[in-house]
Design a protein around this ligand. Sequence first.
Ligand code: ZN
Length: 290
Amino acid sequence: MPAEHATALVLRCVDFSESSLIVTLFTREFGKIEALAKGAKRLKNPFDSALDLMCLCRIVFLRKASEALDLVTEAKLLRRFRCPGGDLAPLYAGYYVAELLRDLTARYDPLPELFDLAEAAFQGLSRGQPVWRWVFRFELGMLRLLGHIPSLETCVVCGRSVQAAVRAAFDPVQGGVVCPSCRTSQPQGSQTLTVDQGFLRSTAVLADPGHPAADRIELDPARRGQLRHLLNQVIVNLLGRPPRMHAYLPLMMHEADRRKTLAGNREKDLRPLPEGSLPQECSPGGGTKG
Ligand SMILES: [Zn+2]
């Protein structure tokens, strides 16, 4: 059984025994893996405190046959997720990115571009960049890389371009925009919204991780609300249920409101997540050494 080397993001760590952890990692080279880290909770261990939620690390692991857990034998910490200024929104957004990676990717399906996007999101969030923009960029970029991005330019029913229309109907259940003639001939889904070309263009920029304007595009609150509504539908349809971190999206999406609340009622806003609400079972920065 040859030892494999990989760069990995830690998506989850759960106790396996008094001394060991089971970790879910998203690796650049192999995609998602699940592995046992023997002795990770001991004071002396070969994991360099790297097996913490949202850490970036280099790992050595033994790949097991079939459904058995892999065995991670070494880890070296490259970067830890930092929560800027005691603000919980970037942290929750990081949990959300980890949850989507965990629940929407398959084991041993390498997606290096998705790895790079997640790594960029963790870095941007750690640096205090706007949370709403990274949440949208990650959701849309991930949908694009997984082949689930809604159609933004051509009608999902007839395939004709909608770019000449000032406004278009967007049906998240059908998977994108619907042209005016199909809109009148088709029954309208209850989730259908009317959107304008500016909305569609901004969404296309946010969905393209390599777009030069992706890291500075602005969306007014009305368009953010529209995009949030549409993405919620698309992601819930894909997963068959709402992601656990969707409960905290209002906190992540409304920068100005959040700053006001933070300033006005710091204690209330900084209370910990309720029991069982975290998508992961260990917190970032908490020791895996016990
Ligand atoms: Zn059409």
